[in-house]
Each structure stands twice: as C-alpha cells, then as structure tokens.
Design a binder for this molecule. Sequence first.
Ligand code: CP
Ligand code: NVA
Length: 318
Amino acid sequence: MAFAAEGVAAPLVGLHGRDYLSSADGSAAETAALLTLAAQLKSGDRRIDLGNRVLGLIFTKASTRTRVSFQVAMARLGGQTVDLNPTVTQLGRGEPLQDTARVLSRYCDALAIRTFAQQELVDYAHWASVPVINALTDLEHPCQALADFLTMLEVHGDLPGQTLAYIGDGNNVAHSLMLCGALLGVNVRIGCPEGFEPLSGVLEQARSLAQHGASIEICTDPVKAVAGAQAVYTDVWASMGQEDEQAEREAAFAAFCVDQALMDQAAKDAIVLHCLPAHRGEEISPDVMEGASSRIFDQAENRLHAQQALLAALMGGL
Ligand code: CP
Ligand code: NVA
C-alpha cells in the first residue's frame, strides 16, 4: 500500500531540486511518501542531516506556525533559515523580483515564500535556481495540507476511502485540501455558501488527479457535507487580505459554524481540524475547538514534521 515504510526514499528522490508551489506538484506516490517520511521523522525512526543548508524565508503576510515550523524544521535538519522580510530587504524598495530571486539563489539552498498572488510565486520559481516552496498564497497552502493529512493518517490509519469535510470558504486551504486529498485517495467534500465555492479550475484539476476512486464534491448544505465524514475541517471566513469583507462574510457564513450539532452528523469517531489561527464563535464553536474530537494542536505540530520531510526531499537530503 502507498503508506508502507519500505521504499519511501524511492518516490522521493524525484522531488530533489523541484519546486513545491501547489499540492499538485507532487505525484500521488511522492505525496504519500512525504507523509510516510514525516511520520518516521516524528517517531524518531528516521533522522536526516541536511549538512548546514540554508532556507530563505520571504514572508509578505503574517505567520506564526509556518514561519516557526520552517525555522525549527531546518534547525532539526542541521541547517538554518534567514529571514528575508521584504520590509527590510531591497525588495521593499522596489528591487525587481527577477534580480532578487537570482541573488538569493546564490546564498540560499531553497526559498519558502508567503505572498498574495500565486503568479508571484511562479515568477520566483522561474528566476530562482533553487527550490521554491509555497508557504501560502491566495490560491493554495500546500504545506498545510501535508500536515492535515498526516494528522488524519495518524488517527484513522490508511487514508484511501476516508472522507474529509471542509466547512467554510472555498479558499487557499480548501484548494490544497482538494488537490492533496485527491492524490491521497481521500474523498473531499467542501460545504460552502453559494458564491464562496472553490475555483472551478481547481475542482476539475482535483477530480482529474483523484486516486483510488476518491470523489471531490462541493455542496451548499453543511449537514450534507459532513454526513459520515471522518474529519471535519474549517478555516477563517475572511482570509488575510479580506479583512474589509469581515462583516459581509459573517452574514454569509452564519450557518457554516462547526459546532457540536454539526459534528453530531459526522462519523462517530470524526476528528476536528483547523489550520489556525481560529476565530472562536465564528467558524468554530469554543466547545468543539477544545473538545475531545479536536486534533487541532497535533495538526499544528505536524506542520513541523511534514515540512521536515518536504525540505529533505526538495534539498536532496535522503
Ligand atoms: N496555519 C498557518 O499557516 O498558520 P500561520 O499563518 O500562523 O503560519
Ligand atoms: N485562509 C487563511 C489561512 C491562514 C493560515 C488565510 O489565507 O488567511
């Protein structure tokens, strides 16, 4: 089966030197192998030394988990990070991306970038000669999805045939869950209000990538979306950059709070996931957030293990 420990390195060798801009940038075998390696690194069954390699962090938006988990992941791998906040580099004064990307490639072994437009990330990847990693854009959050499915794997065992229901905005997190879930053979149901659906192009792409007969569905009824699901996931209603839409979105999403009544419609042993940061009382009720089904803080921890696996694969440390 795809998650067997033996032969992990074989599919991952192909990721050496590649970019990870989208959850679809790994094949089904590579994505499954990343989760296996992440679990081995977490349990201590595997140790990897990247030999003093350096990851550059270019973050245009705020971050706690992604920034710190990349910093700690590199430290655990025997490497280090450099903070390249655009406000303190010449980027903030208008130095062109094509120059910045080429210069930073002479110092760093990979770049993790958090920004708004996916195209900016694609442009960095074009000009950089080292791997570029998506640390969140408006379109996708692929490192998050790796940690999310690692968490589901830990709780429920093998992933193919499991169902994850995502309740809320059809945003970056939803897009990566659809693509990564499809590759891992997980059924993904998105429950969102009309007008807040994921992009149709991402839906088509996820369906075309689906393994093990996984279905990728969108519905506007949160109860139907969670019915029988093994994991119920939510995210903020207004993402970074959408702060001025908060009031409008609170009204549109009022029926899409993950509370106990909604969790009662999921599978009996369903877990609750949230990428964080959370707005208690909006997309998730305080009792569900802190309840026995919540794996939200394991999920946050798993960012570290999943990203260690990804860094090792992209930098060729296997
Ligand atoms: N989930 C996540 O990406 O959190 P940060 O915004 O804190 O990095
Ligand atoms: N959708 C959220 C995710 C934060 C980790 C945002 O983009 O702000």
